[in-house]
Design a protein around this ligand. Structure first.
Ligand code: MG
Length: 147
């Protein structure tokens, strides 16, 4: 299965505030962003189970920055979709939604936005919406995957 994760306010705090993973000196020196606590454990577990893990963000962070950010935690992302890649694919198909995971073969998308959830209901793709205050978010994602 291919799972994708949003960055802003889902894995990376912005407007939403939540506990983050510890940063090592290397990550601090490079000025890498902090990621939500549980991200590393969850992504490593998903990959160990044979799933593919993507990042799908409507930000203009470069693919190489995103690659480096997750590699610094020992996670090799199987796919990276940023705004540029989304636009290239979805505009060509004439799609107006903010995210459209099926265009990239994604089975399940994890996000903080109820707007994306509504798009999922409307255009037929599966989402898991994580709240700012949700501490047991990793367990919920795993429960949905292993009912
Ligand atoms: Mg977001």
């Amino acid at each position: 299965m291919i799972l994708s994760f949003d960055l802003d306010d889902t894995l990376i705090p912005g407007r939403n505030r939540f506990p983050t993973e510890k940063q090592n000196l290397f990550q601090k020196a490079l000025g890498l962003e902090k990621v939500r606590r549980g991200t590393v454990q969850l992504m490593k577990r998903l990959k160990a189970e044979g799933h593919q893990v993507y990042v799908y963000t409507t930000s203009f962070r470069s693919a190489s920055y995103i690659r480096c950010l997750f590699l610094s935690y020992g996670i090799w992302l199987d796919g990276i979709i940023n705004q540029k890649r989304h636009d290239r694919t979805c505009k060509a198909e004439g799609r107006k939604c903010s995210k459209y995971p099926p265009a990239f073969g994604i089975d399940l998308h994890v996000d903080d936005s109820t707007g994306v959830e509504m798009e999922g209901q409307r255009y037929g793709f599966k989402t898991i919406i994580i709240a700012e205050e949700e501490e047991a978010w990793v367990e919920r994602v795993l429960r949905i995957l292993h009912p």
